[in-house]
Design a binder for this molecule. Structure first.
Ligand code: C5P
Length: 311
């Protein structure tokens, strides 16, 4: 082996649009979504060990206690799947450094799984083709393939069928984090309950969003943000409305619950405006922490373990 320890970094995502269709026989919902990776990262360091072990640490404000260190951890499942696929013994210690909120609707667990695949593929020198990594990622969860590719991409199926989106420019976001995470299955179930027996149209992405991305037009992007899970997330957690209202008052170009929540994402006109929204949210007590990030961010990749975390 070339090295006894390898670190990979993977980004958080927000969904610029999340159109949720009907419940499929496999228990998933048919989706049409646009994923957008933002500059908030988890690092996974894979080191040789006697058996598979997981440890977790993190930036300030990260609820690392809520991350399992047993076989239910998605990064551990990623290692087992890669080991089975390549015939390598899964004898590694994974250390996960969290910069992405746990159960925050930003696919932090999926980022860990994607980073674990990339790190172990390098540690074991298995050099899997990207398509194989993508297929393993799709088995692990709906958002894991996107964490591998990053950028801005359209997701269909249950979210795992990806096409990179034509997108120009960078966007400045403010993220309002909550202390307690939300369960994705519970939010989808609440969405079903609120919709009742309504016949649902095929989920689709609007032309307005795609042209805003092609033009790199932040105002048009702000107006095009949509999330079909938002009514369910705010029904289960009415306090999210406080943050959404505050962002609107501060002139955010758009504000949206990220994925299944509870993180709320605001699009700012630029970095000064992002700072203004950040200060207002921090002072309000409407959320537990506030982060300023930009997007798009790259997908899972190897990093020098000594490299600074904030890129
Ligand atoms: O794929 P993943 O394990 O991340 O999904 C977590 C849960 O979210 C699923 O078990 C399901 O309840 C819900 N989900 C869904 N439809 C999707 C994606 C996720 O109902 N397209």
């Amino acid at each position: 082996m070339a090295s006894a320890s390898v670190t990979a970094r993977a980004p958080a995502k927000i969904n610029l649009q999340l159109a949720v269709g009907g419940l499929r026989p496999d228990g998933y919902h048919e989706l049409a979504t646009v994923f957008h990776a933002v500059g908030l990262y988890d690092d996974v360091t894979a080191s040789e060990a006697d058996t598979l072990q997981v440890s977790v640490g993190g930036d300030r404000d990260m609820a690392t206690d809520a991350v399992p260190t047993d076989a239910t951890n998605l990064a551990a499942q990623a290692v087992l799947l890669l080991a089975e696929h390549t015939g390598v013994e899964p004898a590694v210690h994974l250390h996960i450094h969290k910069g992405i909120p746990t159960a925050g609707g930003m696919a932090g667990g999926s980022a860990d799984a994607a980073a674990a695949l990339v790190a172990c593929d390098a540690l074991w020198e298995t050099a899997l083709p990207r398509a194989d990594l993508h297929a393993l990622a799709a088995k692990l969860g709906s958002d894991v393939p996107f964490a591998l590719i990053g950028g801005t991409a359209i997701g269909m199926g249950r979210g795992e069928v990806l096409t990179p989106a034509l997108a120009r420019g960078r966007f400045e976001w403010v993220l309002a984090l909550a202390n307690d995470g939300m369960s994705t299955p519970e939010v989808y179930a609440e969405c079903d309950r609120l919709r009742g027996r309504r016949v649902l149209p095929e989920p689709r992405i609007t032309d307005g969003l795609m042209s805003a991305l092609r033009a790199g037009d932040a105002h048009a992007l702000g107006a095009a943000l949509r999330n079909d899970l938002q009514p369910a997330a705010t029904s289960l957690r009415p306090a999210l409305r406080l943050a959404l209202d505050l962002g609107e008052e501060r002139g955010a170009l758009g504000g949206i619950v990220s994925g299944s929540g509870p993180t709320v994402a605001f699009l700012a006109r630029g970095s000064e405006h992002a700072l203004d929204i950040t200060v207002a949210l921090s002072a309000s007590g409407a959320c537990s922490a506030v982060k300023r990030v930009s997007g798009p961010a790259p997908g899972a990749r190897l990093v020098d373990a000594a490299a600074p975390r904030q890129l």
